[in-house]
Design a protein around this ligand. Structure first.
Ligand code: MN
Length: 261
């Protein structure tokens, strides 16, 4: 399977350090948004990304979930070695090629936290991941509306993070790699600063993935915005299965919420 892809990241206008990290190596794409004081957040995110880079062959969603588990363990171990890093953790949103000879056009995705994976397919744009925040949980349970959730103080309070506890619960998806699909992975520094219609318009109008990623980051850090670090990875399925279903929701072959890793 072949992907065209590009990525961009920026510290933003108000932070002293960029604690976002990403990976885009042609077969695995990830965004990690670190949490924790001192240099903990950046260390947690970097440790998770390093663990993803040291992977073996991925041929199933279970393999990817196990890889997120190894990232979780690596962060806990690093924190044990340096008490100033205690409590550091990270979001992690991953899209990976799990194609193999029997099933070549197959992808897996995993998510923990409030970084996001979107798909643009057949002209439709859809968020595949669900944020693991207090406000989102309340909205999903019907306690509050989505509009209320968007303005609550606890909309940034995570209910899950990688490296926080010995076990992490991972949402997982198996996806069809349909040619022409464009995936977006991003940290909340994009989605808190750029309205959805502007994100979609950019993804539709800017053909080259690297240029689209750069444009989205520039919009997030324009004057009056840029309150957080921002990271964007754009991935086009250049050579997969096709012609496809043309609908982002139909890319999802299986969804498994909260698998323990
Ligand atoms: Mn962030």
């Amino acid at each position: 399977m072949r992907f065209d892809f590009g990525a961009a990241s920026d510290i933003g206008l108000h932070r002293h350090e960029n604690q976002d990290r990403y990976l885009a190596d042609g077969a695995l794409f990830a965004v990690a948004d670190g949490l924790g004081g001192h240099s903990g957040g950046g260390t947690a995110a970097a440790t998770a990304i390093d663990a993803l880079g040291r992977r073996g062959r991925l041929e199933s969603l279970a393999h990817l979930v196990a890889l997120v588990g190894s990232a979780n363990a690596a962060i806990l171990e690093a924190a044990r070695d340096d008490p100033s890093l205690t409590g550091m953790s990270t979001t992690l949103c991953v899209l990976a090629d799990i194609g193999h000879p029997a099933d070549p056009a197959r992808l897996a995705a995993c998510n923990v936290g409030d970084s996001r994976l979107y798909a643009l397919a057949g002209g439709r744009f859809s968020q595949l991941t669900v944020d693991h925040t207090v406000a989102e949980n309340l909205a999903r349970d019907g306690v509050i509306t989505a509009v209320e959730a968007a303005s609550r103080a606890d909309r940034h309070t995570l209910t899950r993070a990688v490296g926080y506890e010995r076990q992490v619960h991972v949402d997982g998806w198996e996806l069809a790699a349909v040619e022409g699909t464009r995936f977006l992975l991003c940290s909340d520094g994009l989605t808190n600063e750029v309205p959805d219609p502007d994100i979609v318009e950019t993804l539709r109008s800017v053909t080259a993935p690297a240029a689209a990623a750069r444009s989205l980051v520039e919009q997030a850090v324009r004057p009056g915005h840029g309150r957080d670090n921002v990271t964007v990875v754009v991935v086009d399925v250049a050579d997969g299965a096709g012609p496809g279903p043309g609908d982002p929701d139909r890319l999802v072959l299986a969804a498994t919420p909260a698998v323990a890793a």
